[in-house]
Write a protein of this length. Structure first.
Ligand SMILES: [Zn+2]
Length: 77
């Protein structure tokens, strides 16, 4: 009977370790999302045509933002 108990104990330990590793991997995968799509994007306004666009698509010139190089250049002449 002692041997069967030992085998069951080993199986339980291995099962716990496997579960633990899976939880750890799942937590690590959930902790660092590459880009949060739920995060509202910062919107800026083109100083030339007043159109709103996400900041990562806008062109900055000093403290002003533009939707395209044409509008940026048009405001500088
Ligand atoms: Zn514009």
């Amino acid at each position: 009977m002692g041997l069967i108990k030992l085998v069951i104990l080993i199986i339980l330990v291995v099962a716990c370790l496997t579960l633990w590793r899976r939880i750890k991997a799942w937590q690590a995968a959930n902790q660092k999302p590459p880009a949060d799509p739920a995060q509202p994007q910062l919107m800026v306004r083109c100083s030339h045509c007043q159109v709103h666009l996400p900041q990562d698509q806008a062109l900055q010139s000093g403290e002003r933002w533009y939707c395209c190089p044409e509008h940026r250049d048009a405001d500088h002449v």
